[in-house]
Ligand binder design. Structure first.
Ligand code: GLU
Length: 305
């Protein structure tokens, strides 16, 4: 795995909890075990959920746990790069302005949709001659035109083969919320290529978002990294770890006097490495393997530690 480049890409939407720490631990070990580089990327594209102070807190929590990285980027300082990518897609006819609201898209579903991924029926495809024409109706977004009719498939290093027919399950998807502002999908794709990322290790909540990212990569002519999606942490009710499951923030354990080694020992144990006794991050390089990580989500109890 010569030339491996991995990344840690937190969003400042809240404090780092045990689940985030576990995913970052796997990503960091995977890169360092391969003798590779780690890129740190703060994904702070003024998402409405971004919380003041959360970015600095994430860095502090990761440093406390013993993480290091070779390069550091902040997405809010890279808007010009995303703007250029968006312009390339516009010139290639791969994006169009769309004035549909979420409600419009919900109402256009032929079957009730329980999940977050709504199918877009292409209402605004070929509807407006320009962004300005659309903006005269309502504030638009840029949507990516899915022209591929074959399913997108890839083999995830952890999750295995994944196939999604994007054109028929998702349809054209949004890429930017305003004229030149990029959303997560575009920024992640552009950055992974710009930063030379060779493998993306992240939570498997993003597995369903990956085929759309691959289509954007292809449209921009960018190389595709490998993907390694690992199971998330959940509460006892099987739902993604959140406040309702109690306080599992790294900063809280730290404030209570727990050592980083004790916390890492537990996280490592949940991955099948060691017996749960305290351990330093670098010491885990000796026992790291993807093979022992359980395939099901990690169930966290409030008093796990
Ligand atoms: N910033 C995203 C998150 O914290 C992760 C994005 C990614 O790894 O591609 O959920």
């Amino acid at each position: 795995m010569a030339g491996y480049v991995g990344r840690l890409a937190p969003s400042p939407t809240g404090a780092l909890h045990l689940g985030n720490a576990r995913t970052f631990m796997i990503a960091w070990l995977r890169a360092r075990k391969a003798g590779g580089k780690v890129v740190f990327r703060m994904e702070d594209l003024d998402h409405p959920r971004d919380k003041p102070g959360a970015a600095a807190q994430a860095v502090e929590d990761l440093r406390w746990l013993g993480f290091d990285w070779d390069e550091e980027f902040v997405q809010s300082q890279r808007r010009e790069v995303y703007r250029e990518a968006l312009e390339r897609l516009r010139l290639a006819g791969r994006i169009y302005p769309c004035v549909c609201t979420r409600k419009d898209v919900e109402n256009a579903q032929s079957a009730p949709h329980a999940g977050e991924q709504l199918f877009y029926p292409g209402t605004c495809r070929d509807r407006f001659a320009s962004w300005e024409a659309a903006a005269a109706v309502r504030p638009p977004c840029w949507r990516f035109r899915v022209t591929e009719n074959e399913p997108v498939s890839f083999t995830d290093v952890f999750a295995g083969r994944h196939v999604q027919d994007v054109a028929h399950t998702l349809g054209d998807f949004p890429l930017a919320r305003d004229a030149w502002g990029a959303g997560y999908t575009l920024a992640a794709v552009v950055d992974d290529a710009a930063m030379g990322v060779t493998e993306v290790v992240r939570g498997d909540d993003l597995l369903p978002a990956t085929p759309a990212q691959i289509l954007v990569q292809r449209a921009l002519g960018l190389p595709a990294p490998d993907y390694c999606h690992v199971p998330l942490a959940v509460g006892r009710d099987g739902r993604r770890l959140a406040k309702r499951h109690g306080d599992t923030r790294v900063a809280t354990y730290r404030a209570k006097g727990l050592s980083p080694e004790a916390l890492l020992g537990k996280l490592a144990h949940s991955c099948g490495w060691g017996d749960g006794s305290p351990v330093r991050l670098t010491e885990l390089l000796r026992v790291f393997t993807l093979d022992t990580i359980p395939r099901r989500p990690w169930v966290v109890e409030e008093d796990s530690l």
